[in-house]
Design a protein around this ligand. Structure first.
Ligand code: CU
Length: 179
């Protein structure tokens, strides 16, 4: 019985070690503007704060501000400072819902995408980014799951391998090996 418990404990530890990296995706913890904010004037800058540092690199991280007119309103490429990614925003135009779509690369190398929306309640005098502006690729068009990480069968196979290994160790150390 103690041996069985040891095997279960080992297996549990192994599963934990396997599962830990999967939960290390960056998570958006705050934004400015906040989700569902109502603004009378454009924010000037969009700031997205994550719980973990973002991997830096040209073109790795993109933030796009799409207006109610479907046009792009970000003023330039996104910049990363540790766990914060920010993007300048042009003076806004039509009132309505603006969507901040982001795609960043997690500390653990996995891409994370999502969006924040806010509402402009008074039309501004701004003009959208020219169609050929270098503002990075527009994120949010790919439809992968919220994870985009390792498929579940990898964890299941890992668990099975650990279980077999645990049983093997238990049998070897059990002193009842078949001759
Ligand atoms: Cu990950």
């Amino acid at each position: 019985m103690r041996r069985l418990l040891a095997v279960l404990a080992l297996t549990g530890l192994g599963l934990f070690a396997l599962a830990a990296p999967a939960s290390a995706h960056n998570t958006l913890i705050s934004s400015n503007p906040t989700q569902d904010a109502s603004l009378e004037a454009g924010p000037g800058t969009v700031v997205l704060t994550f719980d973990l540092p973002i991997q830096e690199g040209t073109g790795l991280n993109t933030v796009a501000v799409t207006g109610p007119d479907g046009k792009q309103w970000q003023g330039g490429p996104a910049t990363v400072d540790s766990n914060v990614v920010s993007t300048p925003v042009r003076e806004l135009g039509p009132k309505g819902v603006y969507t901040v779509g982001y795609r960043i690369v997690s500390a653990d190398g996995h891409p994370v995408s999502g969006k924040v929306t806010f509402t402009l309640t008074k039309a501004g005098n701004g003009t959208p980014a020219p169609a050929n502006a270098d503002v990075g690729t527009v994120p949010g068009t790919e439809s992968g799951g919220p994870d985009g990480g390792v498929p579940i069968w990898v964890w299941l196979v890992g668990a099975a391998v650990l279980l077999v290994a645990g049983l093997f160790v238990a049998l070897r150390t059990g002193g009842k090996q078949p001759e």
